[in-house]
Design a binder for this molecule. Sequence first.
Ligand code: AMP
Ligand code: MG
Length: 420
Amino acid sequence: MSTQEDLTVEQALAMVLTGVEPLPSEKVPLGDALGRVLADPIAAGDSLPPFANSSMDGYAVRAEDIQTAANDSPISLKVLTDIAAGFVADVVVRQGTAARIMTGAAMPQGADAVVPVEDTNEPWRDSERPLPDTVLIRRAVQKGDYVRPIGEDIEAGQLVLDAGHILRPQEIGVLAALGVSNVPVHRRPRVGLLATGDELIPVEQALEPGKIRNSNSYAQAAQIATLGAEPVNLGVARDRESDVRHKLALGLEEGLDLFVSSAGVSVGAYDVVKAVLEKEGNVGFWRVRMRPGKPLAFGNYHGVPYLGLPGNPVSAMVSFERFVRPAIRKLAGFSDLDRPEVSVVLQEEISSDGRETYVRAVVTRTADGYKAISTGSQGSNILTSLVKANALVIIPEGVRQVEAGTVLRALMIDWPETVF
Ligand code: AMP
Ligand code: MG
């Protein structure tokens, strides 16, 4: 589908998301799996815990032997052996006997409960201490007390994590406990990054008349990296179609999953990205009714999905937030693609031009809910308007003026640590 009409943000985002699919899976070592998305379900090969074990340092007993035990009428049991974590005892706890046992050690046969050391006349946790011949039990425990049964957490064969699950530190821990040393995850998106413009010079170079430093390549590479994807820098193309074509050809050789370029997509005489995409690509749309960021190209270049961001640094970053970020998350296998959103009470009057407007704002939590204030000058070249912001407050389409006190939606770009 191709359209020359301006799309709403919602329509444009829907088209972008239709144009990308989750990447195939690959197996990665567990130590590299943090932040990735599971591509296949994980079933437990073993139970967790894999054997019944003690949850305390104590004495493994038969609960029925000590039902009448109390502080003033302790019951004496013969101590058979000492069981440390990591070892299995070859004893059987029969009537009138007990085994000293440490936290995490396997329960010996015959025992069905543990009496903590503090409820005996041998209240020491020191495994170096000589084993007493007998122990006085000062209280009754019930069957199963202080025993972690086999499979208490996870039973062998059980589905533990479904496909699509995000691997946080706790999931990594579970996979480690189950011995999953290689994890099937969606491949990391490789995103080619192209800046365009005759005015751009490298950041390490001294300024020259009429030139500016190429900040977009760095900002977008950082945005890509923040998503756990891999930025592949294709450099800067001059405002000539041949140069754009050449740089994109390098990207095709790299086997990229997505192209992201900045600038050259508006209607100026030098908007060469637009020209190249129109000739050699497949263009879905050119313009979105949003502010900042009206010019925005989506399509594909020789089969690779392509998002052409506006050149103005703030427009590029906000358009990235709105379109590239969800696309990369979809490629990476995530199903929740959007930033968390809260309702905020605007603290000032703001005007708009009727396009869906993304106000760079500071959102803070107060006793009466969240409130938002803009970060000042909202020009699409004012990079510091984003530096101060933790949210993008949305003025809906068609609205030209919002009064102080209006309730609006805010996309939290930093959450939650910076909201207080
Ligand atoms: P354009 O979309 O080519 O009309 O560019 C719009 C504005 O963004 C111009 O002021 C450009 O100088 C600026 N711009 C374009 N690319 C970059 C970049 N990579 N870094 C910083 N500013 C840029
Ligand atoms: Mg330009």
